[in-house]
Design a protein. Structure first.
Lengths: 316, 387
């Protein structure tokens, strides 16, 4: 990947104003800024309903210095696709002169669950848009309910850790692989501590001809139960434990690792055990004793299985 | 010389939109609307329109794409029916509150369940409170004409609300009738260029669309829609009058047939207006003083025009092609409320008829007037159903 200098990135206009209402320690604004640093061209932003939407657009205020649109929850991709379609029509007719890029931000609820149909449809149709998932692994805006992105063993307000339940019983859906299976030009997983990785992937996504998808792990202090100063550390830990590998998929077939994930695969860095991940967050605190040892074992086994499979794909 | 063609209702709508040549159309197939988008797709395939045509994966996405395409600054239309409209419902009030000019043809069809592809007004009635303008066509010519008229109302800067153009499923969508289309150039000139307010794609003047309201702003924003709907009356009258000049075809907010000296009148929507006219003619031959009216505009609801129409009448029969189970038909309370403005309330009767496409003949409508004359009608009646 090309080299990136912070000095150059600082010249790209900031499209998101400070003074939004996101929680202390929330990385959504960090991720959005890193993504939008991926292009100097005009950007239209669309959001699915969720934390980011409500925190940046409370009438009569807006945090957006670039065109912004929101309609509903399950249609983030379609919301963006409509604007992009209008752009194609008006550009062809000479009514718009500028080159415009399109990006959607949606949470994991709006992507993995209620928004998967609209996203799949938009990907198949080939709209020129980047879809970014803020994956904080639960419905945080409504108060930490489990989604199909929630990790096994996580206690949420609809998958409590209780006397007979170890938190969420199922492993998460692999949305990044689902999007890769669409065969679209560019799909990637990234994380906010890896700013260079994130910006480079956004650059690639904005520069390709067609739809792209970036899944960003989004540690949530409120939902994951950690102090707001730990967000970036937890992001790094997600990659170091291989819970959230950094990789990209070009055209559905060309897999590449990056950052710490590449170093772990190359044997230049240690893969940390799942217990470090578990111990870093209150949502897993019930897993520390003997009672749910088998759950912890199964979580490690699943991480190992998926990591091995990913390395195979990257070595093809 | 005027050119006549034989065409079905769906194809007539598609023809109107071909002549308008919109920027964007996103649609999803559903009976009995499908011919509209099939026909339009043919125009796209043959290069007869310059439209970006998007075959979406659902009606929810269809209306979402159309809403945001219009927000972005593109002239946009779509079409649906029944379950499709039901699936769009979440986006209906959002489109209206975003104040996007947008036209949707609705091939009126019963809503499941049980599943039934035939005509009634269950779909559009379930969407009536969403803030859309709603127009009804009696026949294929009107479906064509209203398709050309609707964007002028919806896009007017004093209105800026999406509009539904209703045509009865199968009865109009699939029936071939003789119509007189307008020349392409006349249609294009009449509809004019789309001039969006605050388009999202004006990237040099960034605007945020559809922010989050708290209790301080939600209600005032809704009230702005009330004012826009009120403006729609004046705008619709003006557009009808202008359309009359280019086509020779006259449209009114409330259409009347032999109502002037009538003592008893019926109020109907859609293609039943035509059937009812035949029933009125038969009854008139027997010396009965009867008439029928159709609100061309269902939203905004023409209270003033209906009150004027009902003033001094002995009886008013409200024919509802939908039923709010556990209450009246949806139009009945609204006609009664409009009658409050007359000063003296006529006797009011509600007939539920034709649900799920149940065939309703001229003789059925004749029997309605006869039952009322004979004192046999109840407040709510279910025409043709054994009670």
């Amino acid at each position: 990947m090309s080299s990136l200098a912070l000095k150059d990135l600082s010249k790209i206009p900031d499209r998101l104003a400070s003074g939004h209402r996101l929680c202390a320690g929330c990385p959504e604004s960090i991720i959005a800024r890193q993504i939008m640093m991926g292009t100097e061209k005009d950007i239209v932003v669309s959001c699915a309903t969720g934390c980011f939407e409500v925190s940046t657009t409370i009438f009569p205020y807006t945090s957006w210095k670039t065109p912004y649109i929101h309609t509903a929850f399950g249609n983030g991709a379609a919301t963006c696709a409509g604007v992009e379609t209008a752009y194609q029509a008006l550009k062809r007719k000479g009514k718009i002169k500028e080159d415009v890029k399109f990006v959607t931000f949606a949470g994991d609820g709006g992507t993995y669950d209620i928004g998967i149909q609209a996203l799949s449809g938009a990907a198949e149709r080939g709209h020129h848009m980047l879809y970014v998932c803020f994956n904080n692994e639960a419905y945080m805006n409504t108060g930490i309910q489990r989604s199909s992105a929630t990790g096994k063993g996580a206690s949420t307000t609809t998958s409590w850790a209780g006397e007979v339940m170890p938190g969420k019983k199922e492993f998460p859906k692999d949305m990044t692989m689902i999007m890769a299976a669409h065969g679209i030009p560019y799909v990637a997983q990234t994380a906010p501590h890896a700013w260079r990785d994130m910006v480079q992937k956004a650059q690639k996504a904005f520069n390709i001809d067609g739809p792209s998808f970036i899944n960003a792990i989004t540690p949530c202090p409120r939902g994951w139960r950690f102090t707001p100063d730990k967000t970036i550390d937890i992001s790094r830990l997600a990659v170091e434990t291989c819970v959230w590998p950094l990789f990209e998929v070009e055209n559905g077939t060309n897999y590449n690792l990056s950052g710490e994930s590449q170093r772990i695969a190359d044997g230049k860095m240690e893969k940390k055990p799942i217990t470090e991940w578990i111990n870093s967050q209150g949502r897993f605190s019930h897993l520390k004793g003997e009672k749910w040892a088998s759950v912890v074992e199964s979580m490690q086994a699943e991480v190992d299985r998926k990591w091995t499979a990913l390395i195979k794909l990257c070595n093809l | 010389m005027e050119k006549h063609i034989a065409i079905n209702g769906d194809s007539a709508v598609a023809l109107a939109w071909k002549q308008i040549d919109p920027d964007v159309c996103a649609a999803y197939p559903i009976t009995p609307q499908t011919i509209i988008v099939e026909k339009f797709a043919e125009y796209v395939a043959n290069g007869e329109v310059s439209t970006e045509f998007v075959c979406v994966e659902s009606e929810h996405s269809a209306l979402t794409l159309c809403t945001t395409a219009s927000s972005a600054g593109a002239r946009t239309f779509t079409a649906t029916a029944s379950q499709g409209l039901a699936y769009m419902w979440e986006m209906m009030p959002i489109a209206a509150s975003m104040r996007v000019p947008l036209i949707m043809a609705v091939a009126n069809r019963a809503v499941s369940g049980p599943i039934d592809i035939h005509n009634d007004h269950g779909d559009v009635m379930a969407a009536r409170d969403c803030g859309w303008i709603s127009l009804f066509a009696e026949n294929v010519q009107e479906a064509y004409d209203l398709s050309i008229i609707a964007p002028r109302i919806s896009e007017h800067h004093d209105v800026q609300l999406p509009a539904l153009m209703n045509l009865d499923g199968f009865i109009l969508t699939h029936a071939t009738e003789r119509i007189t289309p307008l020349d392409d150039s006349i249609v294009k000139k009449f509809v004019g260029e789309f001039k969006p307010l605050y388009p999202l794609l004006d990237v040099k003047r960034p605007i945020s669309h559809n922010l989050m309201d708290g209790p301080m702003f939600y209600f005032p924003h809704k009230y702005q829609m009330v004012l826009a709907m009120n403006n729609a009356f004046r705008v619709t009258k003006d557009v009808f009058s202008e359309f009359g000049k280019i086509s020779g075809r006259k449209y009114n907010i409330v259409e009347e047939y032999k109502c002037d000296d009538a003592e008893c009148i019926a109020v109907v929507l859609g293609s039943s207006f035509g059937t009812m006219k035949e029933a009125i003619d038969q009854l008139r031959k027997e010396g009965k003083k009867v008439g029928v009216a159709m609100p061309r505009l269902y939203r905004p609801w023409p209270i003033e025009e209906l009150a004027k129409l009902m003033k001094g009448k002995k009886a008013v029969i409200v024919m509802d092609k939908h039923l709010s189970v556990g209450s009246y038909g949806p139009m009945f309370p609204e006609v009664v409320a409009a009658a409050l403005e007359t000063g003296s309330m006529p006797k009011m009767y509600n007939y539920i008829y034709g649900l799920g496409g149940a065939d309703t003949m001229v003789s059925d409508f004749v029997s309605v007037f006869k039952d009322i004359e004979a004192g046999k009608a109840k407040r709510i009646n279910f025409l043709g159903v054994k009670e």
